[in-house]
Design a protein around this ligand. Sequence first.
Ligand SMILES: [Zn+2]
Ligand SMILES: [Zn+2]
Length: 252
Amino acid sequence: MEILVDLHTHTITSGHAYSTITENALAASRRGLKLLGMTDHGPSMPGAPHLYHFGNLSIIPKEISGVKILPGVEANIVNHEGELDIPFSYLAQMKLVLVGLHVICYPGGTSEQNTQAYIKAMVNPYTDMMVHPGRPDFQLDLERIAYKSAQLNIPVEVNNSSLSTIKGKDGARVNCRCFASYMAKYKSPVILGSDAHFWDRVGEFSDALDLIHEAGISEHQILNTSPERVLDYLAIRRKQRLSTAKVPLSIA
Ligand SMILES: [Zn+2]
Ligand SMILES: [Zn+2]
């Protein structure tokens, strides 16, 4: 199975990542990727860019070294209501919106509160994909999330960094294995993400691939096997957005 798209990468703009978009794109090109997401952290993460950064993403070239670029964000869930740290008017301009829970940005809570927050963020019409539910930072009902992912057709990530020996955390592998088995059970849409914070990790999926094979997730469930599948999904998502969004689709 070939993974030709990495939608979850960070640049120096995130504050705790160390490569530029050009360096990431060159690395993606060398790995044979066709499509690259530039998803720096939302503003509530220490060191992350301010809103003005996200309002100017249209200046990023559409393609660098033969790799198409999708500029967007990894937005932070900030409360138990599943609200995000970027106004909808900004999200509406973005080509790609990943959403996740992060220490410091989210107050924590019971498993029920965390799961509700995560699922409410999944229902948000501006959310394209959910990231790293397997991280052990917050307790989550992983079976309910996998079920909701299938029901809503919102892909959830198997995050390679969570599994790696460099950045992985205790408990992540067990959680990710458990989550992957639920994703296989409900035939939920899956995305593999490198979550690279340095160019040499862009397109690195080896641990995530081992995990999904072990869990019995089928190739058909994995969205980033082709750029066309990803772009078709995002186009459909934007059409759905137009019919459900409650705010004007432009920055005031
Ligand atoms: Zn993250
Ligand atoms: Zn990330």
